[in-house]
Design a protein around this ligand. Structure first.
Ligand code: ASP
Length: 570
């Protein structure tokens, strides 16, 4: 006999009179002396079982030993409930199953938390993830993850993309994070890196004539864990030959819309707006601005050049935001404290500094009654960062964000290089394989600071969903970029010899993109972090509370790998 012939949540009034077998978990059990009621649950919902000793003595006996989360199989007739017993809150609330055969398929020890309990500590939820997964929230999220990926695969397939598997064990892939290293028993002293992304393999697929590549690729990056970051994550990774930027953006937008539609959500309007990097930094102080609210940053540098107020006059950059309310002295002090934490020297309130300002300045900054202008004066990068963070902070604090909005947009025209504080030289903004905008190639070495890259990011409500670019397909240009990054010929050959060879053997123009699936699904599910849409995530310390990994290994195992630890094992 089958374990079940109908799902718990599927039974309706029209099924009355049917004999059915259901199986699932005990959600609740109410023992009324003689009669026992059980809400039996599977992922489709709950159905009420009634176990009546007059109906079946053996079922009644079994029913008394049932506890929450026992796994049951029940057979009986579906009967309509008396009108006063109908539960309008349950889709199955008009019926119940009058059980005559009942089996306990599996028992459960007392639970570390109840499934309907709120605010259960997350480490406990993850330690007992198999229980947590039974909640409606986790069922919905994991299934939504599947729905989104299935829709994306459909779009990819319709557009002629080919799923090509690329290795996880590889050489270091420069995506701006640390590599996870993998020792190799057969080659002691040598390590594979776990791929930070399939970047170079997908480019090689283009050289290999695949033309349209994609993969739901797992990537590994050794970075601190955050709401939108895990050590390992999946991305929709794609690459296309003989394309321009707009072709790539078009495919990505189709994927987003396809996933929204599959999830039954209202898809965003296409095409998604494009915002140049320079504008994003100027107006929002961020390369991933949240556009669900205004509070745009205003430029005040020009007007303050001849200012009497030294703080303004002597700063290379002066900008401000106008906030639609006033602040008490203590509120202002708290905001200033925050601004200092973010790296500003201070946060000037127009009202407090107006006595130092000229008519011209006051007129230019003209702020309405009841509003406040808050200024930061400093190096441009500091001003942008502090006002960008302030803008977000105030929007959250003052409830200015319309959370019903879904704003997707692209950020384009990034600089190709940025100055690295760490190395003191130039480093890539996206990755070293991004092409310069047409016409800027000649300036790569002569004037790296002002070269723009064909790099684009996709942003949803202030979360960076992913990045992509048109790539370099000429070996000379690739080598010029490596040189700007301080990489001499020998190092180029050592690290990227295979790429340089491939670029010399018929590399077509190409470009691509990668979008974090977990980030996308977390936002689609309205969850605050990606752990809620990931089956078995790690916690902030980098540990897995479920398996207890990572764990020490005995010296003998390390020895075999050619490894000796600096510090003795705890
Ligand atoms: N490899 C990049 C990343 O993982 C995406 C790309 O440029 O296609 O972010």
């Amino acid at each position: 006999m089958a374990w079940r012939d109908v799902m718990c949540g599927d039974l309706r009034a029209a099924d009355a009179g049917r004999r059915v077998t259901v199986a699932g978990w005990t959600d609740t059990r109410r023992d009324h002396g003689g009669l026992v009621f059980v809400d039996l649950r599977d992922h489709t919902g709950k159905v009420q079982l009634v176990i009546n000793p007059e109906h079946s003595a053996s079922a009644a006996e079994t029913a008394h030993e049932i506890r929450n989360e026992f796994v049951l199989q029940a057979t009986g007739e579906v009967v309509a409930r008396a009108p006063e017993l109908v539960n309008p809150n349950l889709p199955t609330g008009q019926i119940e199953v009058q059980v005559d055969e009942l089996r306990v398929l599996s028992r459960s020890t007392p639970l570390p938390f109840q499934l309907d309990e709120e605010n259960v500590d997350e480490t406990i939820r993850l330690r007992y993830r198999w229980l947590d997964m039974r909640t409606e929230r986790m069922q919905r999220n994991l299934r939504l993850n599947h729905t989104a990926i299935t829709a994306i695969r459909r779009v990819m397939d319709e557009r002629g993309f080919v799923d090509v598997w690329t290795p996880s064990m590889t050489r270091g892939t420069p995506e701006g994070a640390r590599d996870f290293l993998l020792p190799v028993r057969l080659q002691p002293g040598k390590f594979f890196a776990l791929a930070q992304s399939p970047q170079l393999f997908k480019q090689l697929c283009m050289v290999g004539g695949i033309d349209r590549y994609y993969q739901i690729a797992t990537c590994w990056r050794d970075e601190d864990l955050r709401a939108d970051r895990q050590f390992e994550f999946r991305q929709l990774d794609l690459e296309m030959a003989f394309v321009e930027r707009e072709d790539v953006l078009d495919v990505m937008e189709a994927c987003v819309v396809g996933a929204f539609e599959a999830a039954g959500a209202e898809p965003p309007q296409r095409p998604f707006p494009r915002l140049a990097y320079g504008d994003a930094m100027l107006r929002y102080g961020s390369d991933k601005p949240d556009l669900r609210f205004g509070l745009e940053i205003q430029e005040g540098t020009e007007v303050t050049r001849g200012s009497e107020f030294g703080v303004f006059k002597n700063a290379p950059c002066v900008r401000y935001v106008v906030v639609p309310r006033t602040f008490s002295r203590s509120e202002q002090a708290r905001l200033e404290e925050l601004a200092k934490e973010w790296g500003a020297k201070g946060l000037a309130n127009l009202t407090q500094v107006s006595k130092f300002l000229s008519e011209r300045e006051l007129e230019a900054f003209g702020v309405e009654e009841g509003s406040t202008a808050l200024f930061v004066a400093d190096e441009e990068a500091v001003v942008a960062r502090v006002l960008g963070l302030l803008r977000l902070h105030l929007a959250q604090e003052l409830g200015l964000i319309d959370t019903s909005l879904d704003v997707f947009h692209w950020v384009t025209d990034f600089p190709l290089f940025e100055h690295s504080e760490e190395y003191g030289g130039w480093t890539f903004m996206h990755h070293p394989f991004t092409a310069a905008v047409s016409g800027d190639e000649e300036r790569i070495e002569a004037d790296p600071e002002h070269v723009h890259g064909q790099h684009y990011d996709l942003i949803w409500n202030g979360w960076e969903l992913g990045s992509g670019s048109i790539r370099i397909h000429q070996v000379e240009v690739q080598q010029a970029v490596f040189r700007v990054m301080g990489m001499a010929e020998a190092e180029q050959r050592d690290k990227f010899g295979f790429l340089l060879d491939a670029l010399q053997m018929g590399a077509p123009p190409h470009g691509g993109f990668a979008m974090g699936i977990d980030r996308f699904v977390a936002l689609l599910a309205r969850e605050p972090d990606i752990r809620q849409v990931t089956a078995f995530p790690k916690i902030a310390s980098g540990a897995d509370p479920l398996t207890g990994a990572p764990t020490p290994y005995p010296d003998s195992a390390l020895h075999e790998l050619g490894i000796r630890l600096l510090d003795p094992q705890p």
